[in-house]
Design a protein around this ligand. Structure first.
Ligand code: G
Ligand code: G
Ligand code: MN
Ligand code: NA
Length: 254
């Protein structure tokens, strides 16, 4: 109950803020977008990572309000970047969302309404949903995803490899990106199994027409190996950590 009230207070005080982690094309380090992650900033200048409060928000239902708030702030940021002519058209902003947003037409419309009100194009956005949730979805959430895609938003499957989808199931999911979970990246140089998953996903992405983003790249060796096997996009601490908006703006010019 305490955490519930604290989180509600944080939301109403504007203490839940988006940070932005660059996603790049691995071959030439060019910027392809940012993943938005929620951070809880308290008055004592400490920052809490999403893992400290997202699971609780998910359980208590506050995730809906939190996600909408992060989406609103991210769209506002995107709009500002565009007004400053900083933001190239092809750069995407990727927001994490709970699958709860896919449960009704009203909640899907609410997401679209936020984008519309912010005067940004859906074509500049990606919505990420965790793979663990994809396996549990039914036909109506897939229809919700279709509706978002029809509006121009790209759909990413987050944490791929942790949710027990068969590779075969990838044929059925209405997605544009998969993001390979960082546990595979951390093991890929020591485990043949993990490296071969990277290769299999790369091949499937070519055949099925989605794109692959490798998460959690922490070393130059991992980066080099991924370029060598032909994985196109990536993110991770070796490239850049999630940052405040002011700290990512110089990247647009590079
Ligand atoms: O930032 P951190 O490494 O603690 O993130 C942990 C998890 O929380 C990640 O899996 C991420 O997808 C999720 N997450 C981060 N920000 C948000 C958000 O704004 N909304 C939702 N629903 N999940 C988020
Ligand atoms: O599950 P999801 O991909 O949405 O989680 C994103 C979170 O992962 C970010 O909030 C960030 O804190 C964390 N993260 C991003 N890059 C790295 C990395 O290279 N290593 C580790 N351990 N965590 C990372
Ligand atoms: Mn994510
Ligand atoms: Na992930």
């Amino acid at each position: 109950a305490k955490l519930s009230q604290d989180l509600l207070d944080a939301l109403s005080h504007g203490d839940i803020i988006p940070h932005y982690q660059p996603m790049i094309r691995l071959q030439d380090n060019s910027l392809m977008g940012f993943e938005v992650v929620a951070r809880w900033s308290d008055r004592k200048h400490t920052l809490r990572k999403a893992l400290d409060f997202i699971p609780f928000a998910e359980k208590s239902g506050l995730i809906i309000q939190l996600d909408l708030d992060i989406l609103r702030q991210s769209c506002k940021q995107l709009y500002q970047w565009q007004q400053l002519a900083l933001h190239p058209e092809h750069i995407r902003v990727a927001v994490n969302l709970s699958p709860k947003h896919l449960l009704s037409t009203e909640s899907v419309n609410r997401l679209l309404e936020i984008i519309h009100q912010a005067k940004v194009s859906p074509k500049n956005l990606v919505f990420e949903f965790s793979e663990k949730e994809f396996v549990r979805q039914n036909q109506s959430s897939f229809e919700a995803l279709d509706k978002l895609r029809a509006a121009g938003i790209l759909i990413g499957m987050d944490d791929f490899g942790t949710g027990f989808s068969s590779l075969n199931a990838l044929f059925d999911y209405p997605i544009d990106f998969i993001k390979v979970d960082r546990s595979f990246t951390s093991r890929m140089l020591s485990s043949k199994k993990d490296l071969s998953l990277m290769r299999a996903v790369r091949d499937l992405s070519n055949d099925l027409g989605f794109q692959v983003i490798i998460e959690g790249i922490e070393t130059i060796q991992q980066h080099k190996k991924l370029v060598e096997i032909g994985c196109e996009y990536g993110q991770g601490y070796y490239i850049a950590k999630p940052m405040k908006p002011g700290d990512v703006e110089h990247l647009f010019e590079a």
